[in-house]
Design a protein around this ligand. Structure first.
Ligand SMILES: Nc1ncnc2c1ncn2[C@@H]1O[C@H](COP(=O)(O)OP(=O)(O)OP(=O)(O)O)[C@@H](O)[C@H]1O
Ligand SMILES: [Mg+2]
Length: 283
């Protein structure tokens, strides 16, 4: 596979699972899915200059809020909406950047305007660019003194390339993610049809994430299922409020690893163990 491409696959149940694994209390997932459905439905029958529809979505949010998982998983639910296969391609932004003069611009243009259209063909495709600030640095925020001119030119090249892609490939959706929206070039932000900010999970989402995470552990350690079903689990969720979803999932492993009893036999985990750990964290 091309070294600039870290994912090139047809969406299947794994993508459905990724999509389903992200629990949000708001409408963010629905917004992303509706954006994708519209972008693919429109095709090239309308003039992009008139619609300003660029088929770019930007996911923002703190670390561990589900940006990468949703971007990669979107192909799953899109399959049933388009009634056919959906290809998922991921560009490695970090592989684009090179110390050699002019190389980064050429690589960005090559990947976005040559490699992606070749891989996508005529089929519905989602292109993921994770941590997009690495290749679309905010030109307005960086000085020529502190940054090589190549950094500016790479952003120029990325902007030009996404315009070419939008004109030539109506079957391609681009989903970019960032923890630092202000570090992303404003011309790219302006091109995004939608910017979706993923929040920290609220207590209900935390409860669902805990239930799902405990369910995963219970596949190997069946007694953990009782903890997943315990009526005091919402109390654990309330105590954990304020942390990101990745930390919520990790809270289960942290708790298991915090005592030699549960570490050596996870089947002995109780809801009190989780409550103790969550209370310590909340203090
Ligand atoms: N809202 C959520 N519901 C359930 N699980 C979540 C949620 N958000 C994140 N996770 C879990 O947290 C982990 C990290 O998710 P992901 O990599 O998608 O986050 P991210 O926003 O891309 O983080 P980063 O900014 O650090 O790259 C995964 O295990 C994922 O399942
Ligand atoms: Mg990520």
């Amino acid at each position: 596979m091309d070294s600039g491409i870290i994912r090139n696959e047809l969406a299947d149940e794994r993508h459905d699972k990724m999509w389903a694994s992200i629990h949000l209390e708001g409408t963010e997932k629905n917004s992303l899915l509706c954006w994708g459905a519209l972008g693919l439905a429109v095709g090239n029958e309308l003039d992009r200059a008139e619609t300003a529809l660029n088929r770019i979505a930007m996911l923002t949010g703190r670390p561990g809020t589900g940006k990468s998982t949703l971007a990669r998983g979107l192909g799953g639910p899109l399959r049933s909406l388009v009634g056919g296969t959906v290809r998922v391609i991921e560009i490695n932004g970090h592989a684009v950047m090179s110390g050699d003069h002019g190389q980064s611009q050429r690589e960005a243009a090559r990947l976005i305007t040559e490699v992606v259209p070749d891989l996508a063909g005529a089929g519905a495709t989602v292109v993921v660019v994770d941590e997009v600030e690495s290749i679309a640095v905010a030109r307005e925020a960086v000085s020529f003194d502190a940054n090589p001119v190549d950094v500016h030119r790479t952003t120029d090249a990325v902007i030009a390339a996404v315009d070419v892609l939008a004109d030539r490939c109506p079957n391609v959706l681009v989903v970019v993610t960032t923890n630092f929206p202000d570090a992303v070039d404003s011309a790219l932000r302006s091109r995004a049809d939608t910017i979706i900010d993923l929040p920290l999970p609220g207590p209900d989402a935390i409860h669902e994430i805990l239930t799902q995470t405990l369910g995963a552990w219970a596949r190997k350690y069946p007694n953990i299922k009782r903890v997943a079903d315990d009526k005091r689990l919402p109390e654990v969720a309330r105590l954990l409020h304020g942390i990101d979803a990745r930390q919520v999932r990790k809270a289960v492993a942290d708790t298991l690893a915090s005592d030699i009893r549960t570490a050596s036999d996870p089947n002995t985990l109780t809801v009190e163990d989780l409550l103790d750990r969550a209370r310590n964290r909340a203090r």
